[in-house]
Write a protein that binds this ligand. Sequence first.
Ligand code: ADP
Ligand code: MG
Length: 319
Amino acid sequence: MPSEFDLIARHFTRPAPGAVLGVGDDAALMRASPGMDLAVSTDMLVAGRHFYPDTDPYLLGRKALAVNLSDLAAMGARPRWATLALALPEPDESWLAAFSAGLLELAAEYGVDLVGGDTTRGPLNLCITILGEVEAGRALRRDAARAGDDIWVSGNLGGAALALRFLQGQAALPEEAARDALARLEAPIPRVALGRALVVGQVRAAIDLSDGLLGDLGHILERSGLGAEVQVDALPLHPALAQVSLEAARACALAGGDDYELCFTANPAQHATILAAAALAGVTVSRIGWTRTEPGLTLRDRSGALVTAPGRGFDHFAQ
Ligand code: ADP
Ligand code: MG
């Protein structure tokens, strides 16, 4: 049976050109760039709760890192280094090879070095810590929205939630729509380039959409002491949502999780700057509403009629 050290050497030890010292010592060494704040974020993925234990390990490796990259995108930070803490029921070499291939491939795409971690026996559990850099004082913060800001989202929403309903047998989809929606769930694209472009464009407040728009936008509003109005007809719906009722489509877009798009707020005077930043990053963005001093979140359709919220974003402890 391979030792823990063999496994680490084979699957997780790679050159770390962006670090002073990578995997293999008691600690990794990284040198932060002058004038930059360090951004650090950790996400834990537990088998049976965040993913099915029989999930394709290659896709799991990619997704585990992607959700961490998304957190840095939401801060406007440039991802640079990551560590991986891994608990495995048994040392399954083919599982590890596929998992590390997925993770390391995505890391290479984003210029991230895996610089350390921990490997132990236990119920399947992955925990990645990601580190990145953002210009000092310029990170995109949840507490930085101001009244009268426009509210924007990137890409489209609801695809991942629709895919989950499809997998659970609650939505029937033609093959192509199912494939598109499943890609959103299994292979989310972290909006790193957009986050960086927003920092350059002087945007202040952002969050990534992991738990659903209502819940996640709610975090910005709460931390910034604001309310908001969202125009449900302006929501960019995932194309596969054309296959379900308007009510179900809105519910997926408003309360579904796992889309990993960015939601951000900006002064209306920044409208053109934001469109230019998004074009530079190769992402579409949609203005979906505005913030206000009056607390609460109001949803309206294009006729001005109030729309009932489909329930808050997914909360792991509220079931
Ligand atoms: P220690 O005994 O000091 O905790 P370990 O034996 O746990 O060291 O790890 C040896 C080296 O391998 C360390 O540099 C550690 O950061 C790295 N490492 C362990 N597990 C992983 C992993 N899953 N991915 C990347 N690096 C890892
Ligand atoms: Mg250790």
